[in-house]
Design a protein around this ligand. Structure first.
Ligand SMILES: Nc1nc2c(ncn2[C@@H]2O[C@H](COP(=O)(O)OP(=O)(O)O)[C@@H](O)[C@H]2O)c(=O)[nH]1
Ligand SMILES: [Mg+2]
Length: 448
């Protein structure tokens, strides 16, 4: 199956089998929808003037992005080819309102973000099946106030969508910029798979000599290990601008490494399906843990309901037989209890009125007790210890639970006694079936 066909197949199956379940549990499905919807995406991030825009211009073979030493370009710019009929430039305000594009969720970052967001329609075959996102350079001493919007949140959202993330440094600021530190330390690990990130040190021609380059490289590695908290340093691609660098300065191995980097960036479409499947896997497992918790809660609720039913039915039957004997001895009503009438052969249907009334009242009272007391107590007890609803036997499930426990709370808080028959266990088996068969089948055909 071709990659594009497979993407369509996945989208169809998810929309048919899983999307309705997401809405049943009121879980936001838009992240998954937008991942499935659009082209492969490469996100280019890094220090200001680390050469991001220069590299992008060279990859697409056109001078589309402005370049310069100062941190002048402070916008997220999507570069892609949308065909010559589409406008050359689309402003953020249009992008976040266009359902066909995966940017609707960026509306929440506000006007300031939207005015720093645009799409450039570049007429080049390179970008027909690919979008490259250029980003505002990371700075040292910024606060959310300086940017006017939550930079890391929006960066994280782009990172979640991206099939490749290119993180660029330059020898002048080898990993010492504060925003870069935060991005590597917090934003990227949370929002993206490690294998999606490509580390790059650019502008290497500006090192005066080999020892200068080695020193910059070493500094970057050291800072990286501080940022990631890991001892093993990922491969860092060294690169330079083929247009700016003086050809006499270019080292023997440089062109080859530059080629490898560009290949890695252009490989993004190959990771698309994998990325989509990973996202589906993660989100369906999140859905599953919510469904598991709700299944367990409704099971407990129904168990309690059966118990209350048994007790009230027992009491009701007792009152059906002997209730009128009691009322007769206390308030002399009815004049002749049912049993006495049966024994004396004076039975008329009138003898049934009091026993049946007592029978029905008891059942109704039982239901009222369940609704107003027992169910509420069960809900309170469950809310005090929601963790108890599921078994957390692995780190993976622990993490899933951490990201979904608020959702479970929210569902419980709006749960009514009548919702106990909503069929959560049926939902759960549908989800499990999707994970065990449909998703596995897609993974298998990817590896074939
Ligand atoms: N010597 C040299 N200069 C470069 C190289 N790459 C970019 N530059 C220059 O560095 C400055 C910053 O580049 P730019 O692409 O605007 O960086 P951005 O802020 O990360 O987008 C510009 O003046 C570029 O001309 C390179 O490989 N070698
Ligand atoms: Mg730039």
């Amino acid at each position: 199956m071709s990659k594009n066909k497979m993407q369509v197949e996945i989208e169809k199956k998810v929309n048919k089998k899983i999307a309705p379940l997401f809405s049943k549990y009121n879980i936001d499905f838009s992240g998954l929808e937008s991942t499935m919807k659009w082209k492969p995406i490469v996100l280019i991030i890094g220090n200001y003037s680390s050469g991001k825009s220069t590299l992008i211009n060279e990859i697409i073979g056109k001078d589309v992005q402005r370049t310069g030493q100062a941190p002048t370009d402070d916008a997220f710019t999507v570069l892609t080819s949308e065909g010559s009929k589409q406008p050359k430039e689309v402003p953020g305000s249009t992008l976040v309102n266009d359902d066909r594009l995966p940017f609707v969720k960026f509306k929440k970052y506000g006007k300031r973000f939207i005015s720093h967001f645009c799409l450039k329609n570049v007429d080049t075959p390179n970008l027909e099946d690919l979008a490259i996102i250029d980003s505002p350079g990371m700075l040292d001493a910024t606060t959310e106030k300086d940017r006017g919007y939550d930079y890391f949140e929006s960066l994280g959202e782009f990172a979640k969508m991206a099939d490749r993330i290119v993180l660029m440094f330059d020898p002048h600021k080898a990993g010492t910029i504060k925003e870069t530190y935060t991005a590597i330390r917090n934003t990227l690990p949370e929002k993206s798979g490690e294998d999606r990130i490509v580390f790059v040190m650019s502008r290497i021609d500006e090192c005066d000599n080999l020892s200068d380059l080695v020193r910059s490289y070493g500094t970057l590695c050291w800072n990286m290990s501080q940022m990631t908290g890991r001892k093993d340093i990922p491969h860092i691609f060294l690169t330079y601008s083929s247009q700016i660098t003086d050809p006499s300065q270019v080292g023997d191995s440089w062109p080859q490494e530059r080629e490898q980097l560009i290949e890695k960036i252009q490989e993004a479409p190959d990771f698309r399906i994998n990325h989509i499947l990973e996202d589906i896997d993660r989100q369906v497992n999140e859905l599953k843990i919510v469904s598991e918790a709700m299944t367990e809660f409704t099971k407990r609720g129904r168990r309690l309901f059966r118990k209350i039913c048994k007790i009230s039915l027992g009491v009701a039957l007792f009152l059906l037989c002997f209730g009128d004997v009691i009322t007769n001895s206390v308030i002399s009503l009815p004049r002749e209890p049912l049993f006495t009438a049966l024994r004396n052969g004076t039975f008329t249907p009138v003898n049934l009125i009091v026993p049946l009334t007592l029978f029905i009242i008891t059942l109704v009272v039982g239901m009222i007790i369940f609704n107003t007391i027992s169910f509420k107590l069960l809900l309170k007890r469950t809310l005090d210890n929601t963790r108890d609803l599921i078994t957390l036997d692995s780190e993976y499930r622990n993490n899933l639970w951490l990201s979904m426990k608020d959702k479970v709370r929210e569902l419980l808080l709006t749960c009514k006694a009548s919702n106990l028959w909503q069929g959560h266990s049926g939902n759960l088996s549908k989800i499990q079936h999707f994970l065990d068969y449909d998703l596995k089948e897609f993974y298998n055909s990817l590896n074939r």
